[in-house]
Ligand binder design. Sequence first.
Ligand code: G3D
Ligand code: MG
Length: 173
Amino acid sequence: MTSLTCKICIVGDFAVGKTSTVERFVNNHFSDKYLTTVGVKVDTKEVFLEGVNVSVKLVIWDVAGADRFGAKELAYLRGAAGHIFVIDGTRPTTVDSAIALRDQIRGRYDVKPGVLLLNKSDLSDAWQITDAQAERLDGEFDKVYTTSAKTGGNVEAALTYLAREIVSAELNA
Ligand code: G3D
Ligand code: MG
């Protein structure tokens, strides 16, 4: 069995559900009582990838939200092997934020595997992302998942997808 440790960064606008997604993935838990993340929060989770027989320790950096990174936030992203971009499906402006953040990262670092989460899928009455928009985002990001940190829907699937992409990129590098 191969073991790897990889840094990944979760980014997106304020209140899209970054911290909730990490909490769901790492502790399988959701709380309505998060404080807005100050600066950066780091969690780890070990994932075993069947088939390739690789154990990967994901070190997840939850970088405080904004629609643009400042110098400090951009520096936190150094050394990331992959990125999770998060959109709040009930707030279309957060789509533009995710694209702007991705472009900022691309302007500074090598392109790494990434996954886009259309989060808050449980709020179906308030959902604002049309199928056409989701399809367009499919072309902008490697892979798009509709997720809910609240119910847990697709969170594990999305992060496992990213872990597999990272492992294949790192082992073939
Ligand atoms: P952030 O880390 O991106 O800033 P948070 O976002 O994880 O702090 O979440 C912001 C708010 O959205 C929180 O609510 C949180 O409970 C809620 N939230 C996150 N993910 C989901 C989801 O999938 N579904 C629903 N319904 N809510 C979600 P509050 O009320 O504390 O602001
Ligand atoms: Mg947060």
